[in-house]
Design a protein around this ligand. Structure first.
Ligand code: ADP
Length: 485
């Protein structure tokens, strides 16, 4: 199959979260299964700089000042096309906002431009001499692609994947008019959404097939409580909607060959390996080198979705207990301040690093005994899978992909069988604390703890199975297409 994979972030060219990891590793898995995949993303300055074998291609017809840049994804053979539209993407800051995290005011225009360039590629109107059979669109930034393509008599099939339904690409009527979108799209069965319009909804209405990133999140999105006001639409499209669990890149996240670690290790050497990495992490972060003290790690965006408030509540309640907390993240300024204050108040117990640090994220997985993910909702979540691979026991709220990837020690009383972590039912500090207490009692039993760690490390989260499921979805999308491609 010839596939165009469209995403606003692709690791290591641009990354704010899990979408970037998926956008690199799923295409790779598809290519390994023999398919012809090209990845397209905006030419942010950092992406341009990191692209391998970069070369200028032709202009994008109809998008003034935009050209395409070809190259390869670093560390892979995967072809990448960057949409180089300086007025839209050549600026400092992140993919969606400035350095302080404020969204760019012209995001509708930016990702409308991206979508138009993607359509030009998809229809082979941008001089690539290559015509995909299917375009796989990801999250709201690519939501207009299935809508724009739906107006073409001959077009590739489209699949739209929801990586996080909470981010909807919502804009107002003035922006709708400014983009010059077709009038008939301002309707409740098209893009209109509670007085404004939504890029995400465009994807959900117009793509041939819809997916999201775990079976449990797919079920939750059909419910009023989790559907973010799109549950009705998804129920309507239920027959075309499925949940496919993300995999992980087992090469990037491999404790046995991780360049970020001073002491690589595997399942057989996990005990000594994690001890060495824990000591190194304690040194790196200025915490006392204490082998027996449980070390709890967290890496993620500091937003309410991730349950960071629950973690802070437990840290504060357990101020006097012999525990070490290591937190790495960035996000809302109020949480950044709060965490910094916590670390300043308890320097022996709490280490906080604000910002994005890929290497430290790996070293936390390697050094931590427990890994915290008390997310209120979690479409899939990657860190709980990384942590299992690194023998850091995940402590998670039973929601979305967390429910699908972590087996609680109580679900299987014998940790020698299948348990891989601790799962709690309510997103509250009390429930998190109770789960941790259960974990600490295992931690004090070295044989049981080692068995649990080894079990967690034995899990198979590779992409192959998921990639095969995506191929099934692609075939359904192709079968649904009305035109010969
Ligand atoms: P989400 O996509 O909602 O942010 P995921 O768990 O799916 O959450 O993926 C998050 C990814 O981003 C993981 O690879 C995680 O290690 C990484 N990450 C998040 N914040 C940071 C940070 N501050 N430094 C390094 N890596 C981070």
């Amino acid at each position: 199959m010839r596939l165009l994979f469209a995403s606003s972030e692709v690791f290591p060219l641009a990354k704010t979260g899990g979408l970037a990891d998926v956008s690199a590793s799923l295409p790779r898995a598809l290519a390994a299964l023999g398919h012809e995949v090209r990845i397209a993303l905006p030419a942010y300055p950092a992406a341009r700089a990191a692209l391998v074998e970069s070369r200028k291609l032709g202009p994008v017809p109809g998008l003034s000042g935009a050209t395409l840049v070809g190259g390869r994804l670093p560390g892979t053979e995967l072809p990448v096309v960057l949409v180089d539209a300086p007025a839209l993407f050549e600026r400092p800051g992140g993919p969606y906002g400035d350095a302080s995290g404020r969204d760019w005011p012209d995001n509708a225009r930016r990702f409308h431009g991206f979508a138009r360039a993607l359509c030009a590629i998809a229809l082979d109107r941008a001089g690539l001499g290559w015509r995909p059979e299917l375009v796989h669109c990801n999250d709201w930034q690519t939501g207009l692609v299935p809508a724009l393509l739906s107006r073409e008599a001959v077009r590739p099939a489209t699949v739209f994947t929801i990586h996080n339904q909470a981010y909807q690409g919502l804009f107002d009527r003035a922006q709708f008019d400014a983009l010059g979108l077709p009038d008939d799209w301002w309707a409740p069965d098209a893009l209109e959404f509670y007085g404004g319009f939504s890029f995400l909804k465009a994807g959900l209405v117009f793509a041939d097939q819809l997916t999201t990133v775990s079976p449990t999140y797919a079920r939750q999105l059909l419910e009023l409580e989790h559907g973010c006001r799109l549950d009705g639409l998804l129920r309507h499209r239920r027959a075309d909607f499925s949940g496919i669990l993300n995999g992980i890149d087992a090469e990037v996240w491999n404790p046995a060959a991780d360049p970020h670690l001073a002491s690589p290790y595997d399942r057989a050497t996990v005990d000594a390996g994690k001890r060495a990495n824990k000591a190194a992490l304690q040194r790196e972060l200025g915490l006392p080198e204490a082998d027996k003290v449980p070390l709890l790690g967290l890496v993620g965006r500091l937003v309410e979705q991730k349950g960071i408030d629950l973690v802070v509540e437990v840290i504060e309640a357990w101020r006097d207990r012999p525990l070490q907390w290591v937190l790495l993240g960035g996000g809302e300024a109020a949480w950044e301040r709060r965490l910094r204050a916590l670390a300043a108040a308890c320097p022996e117990r709490v280490a906080v690093r604000i910002g994005y640090d890929e290497g430290l994220a790996h070293r936390i997985e390697a050094g931590a005994d427990f890994f915290l993910m008390p997310s209120r909702f979690e479409p899939c979540g990657l860190n709980q899978m990384y942590s299992q691979r690194y023998g850091a026991i995940p402590v998670v709220h039973r929601t979305g992909g967390l429910a699908d990837t972590v087996v609680d020690i109580f679900a299987r009383p014998d940790p020698g069988s299948a348990a891989t972590g601790l799962v709690f039912d309510e997103p509250t500090a009390v429930a998190l604390a109770q789960a941790l207490e259960r974990g600490f009692s295992l931690y004090r039993n070295p044989a049981a703890w080692l068995a649990l760690r080894r079990n967690a490390m034995a899990g198979d989260f590779s992409w192959r199975r998921s990639a095969e499921q995506y191929l099934g979805v692609y075939r359904r999308a192709l079968a649904a297409g009305a035109d010969p491609r």
